[in-house]
Write a protein that binds this ligand. Structure first.
Ligand SMILES: [Zn+2]
Length: 431
């Protein structure tokens, strides 16, 4: 039910966190703290047709092309299995291989870069290993009754990794420099998007630490896994998130006090954007040039940037609304409604009466209506009253039930310690 968390620090990998030479110490952002931590962790077998986990030990790639009757071929453009078999003088046995059924069909689609290893004894094909990709192999062996084929999956091993950094120019830059991939950065922003307004709350000097998984096969990284725990230390307060699977089997991110990070509303209905005008009941309108209440927040972003539904709800209005231009209004139930104005166009499925999910794209930023440039005008209403979207108290998620909270707390304790350890190492570098 719960996320298996096994943390064992190897002393030698901890030394990788040693600060760089002192000459770099005035740089607050360019500190790569990408610290691979080899941790004991369960294997993650990929899907398998036959439930075979570990393949036979083929000759290693560093061996010469032909050794102990093994021939190693890296597919080049134009190669076919028949040209390869001809070259090895076993063309006559190709039919026998192709007769092996569905699995053998993969041999019709060999791609440049894939590898095939073939063991030939006395002009007879004895064994063939076809590496379809990093994790999948077809393994053909000669049995007393003819050739036999199995599909073998190499299990990927997961490894816990830490990235940490201090923000100087932008979170995005600092995160890239810390070793996080774009996908992980987007995930990180998404996890905290209910609590942190990334256009507003993040400043120079703030820092982040992220524990995440990476998957390796034979020592080679094949992909990123999930973020396991993360923290943001902002000037005003620390924010934490922990991946956790609750008693119902639902996996999500929780704050240190056991509340779901995902709330009923997104604080910001665009992924990227700069606040260009705030909620102000006595604002001078930039076009009308007279005092007119600004009952929402404006996010300036390039035209065409997607606008997301702040919460699950129903489209109750879609159309032109005077100076608002192309507008969408969502009703979220519980007396909450949101409004999105100056859109350039609506999303294809965003029609009046349609239900939408939180985060779903409903339209695109534009400057329809009375607008000086492309931006989203966003309003948040509670019981029909306009509230400041940036400060309105959003309904917060219920904490985990008490019985589960105990388990959650003990599970996150080592993660919290790990975050702290790496946070300290980054602070030490700045000092
Ligand atoms: Zn506005």
């Amino acid at each position: 039910m719960v996320l298996a968390v096994v943390i064992t620090y190897a002393r030698e990998s901890a030394s990788l966190t040693a600060p760089p030479p002192i000459t770099m110490s005035h740089s607050t952002e360019n500190i790569p703290l990408h610290v691979p931590q080899q941790l004991i962790s369960p294997d993650h077998p990929m899907k398998s047709i036959h439930a075979v986990q570990d393949g036979p030990s083929p000759p290693s790639a560093s061996e010469p092309e032909t050794k102990n009757n093994w021939h190693e071929i890296t597919i080049k453009r134009g190669d076919t299995l028949s040209s390869i078999f001809s070259g090895l003088n076993i063309y006559g046995q190709l039919g026998e291989l192709m007769a092996l059924g569905k699995e053998a069909q993969s041999f019709r689609h060999i791609q440049p870069g894939q590898r095939i290893r073939i063991r030939i004894d006395a002009n007879t094909l004895e064994e063939l290993i076809f590496e379809q990709n990093k994790s999948e192999q077809l393994h053909v062996t000669r049995q007393p009754n003819g050739l036999d084929i199995i599909h073998v999956n190499k299990p990927a091993k997961s490894r816990r990794t830490v990235a940490s950094g201090n923000i100087k120019h932008s979170l995005y830059r600092a995160a890239l420099q810390s070793g996080l991939s774009e996908r992980l950065i987007m995930n990180l922003i998404h996890i905290f998007s209910w609590d942190i307004d990334f256009a507003l709350d993040i400043r120079e000097g703030d820092s982040f630490t992220v524990l995440y998984e990476e998957f390796y096969i034979d020592g080679e990284k094949i992909k990123d896994g999930e973020i396991v725990a993360a923290e943001f230390l902002t000037r005003s307060e620390p924010f934490h998130a922990f991946r956790y699977t609750d008693a119902k089997g639902v996996t999500g991110y929780f704050s240190a006090d056991g509340r779901r990070m995902r709330k009923a509303f997104l604080r910001m209905p665009v992924s990227f954007g700069r606040i260009s005008s705030r909620f102000n009941l006595r604002r001078k309108h930039p076009i009308l040039n007279k005092i007119r209440a600004h009952k929402g927040v404006d996010y300036a972003a390039p035209a065409g940037t997607s606008v997301k539904a702040a919460g699950d709800g129903k489209i109750v209005f879609r159309g032109r609304k005077g100076g608002y231009g192309k507008t969408i209004v969502l009703n979220h139930g519980g007396n909450y409604s949101t409004l999105y104005a100056h859109l350039s166009r609506y999303a294809r499925n965003a029609k009046a009466g349609q239900r939408v999910k939180q985060g779903q794209t409903i339209g695109y930023i534009g400057k329809s209506g009375l607008a000086t440039g492309p931006h989203l005008h966003y309003e948040f209403r509670v019981n029909g009253m306009h509230r400041n979207p940036l400060t309105v108290k959003l309904p917060s998620a219920k904490p985990l039930p008490k019985a589960e909270l105990i388990n959650f707390s003990s599970e996150i304790q080592p993660l919290m310690a790990e975050l702290k350890l790496h946070r300290h190492s980054s602070v030490a570098i700045i000092d």
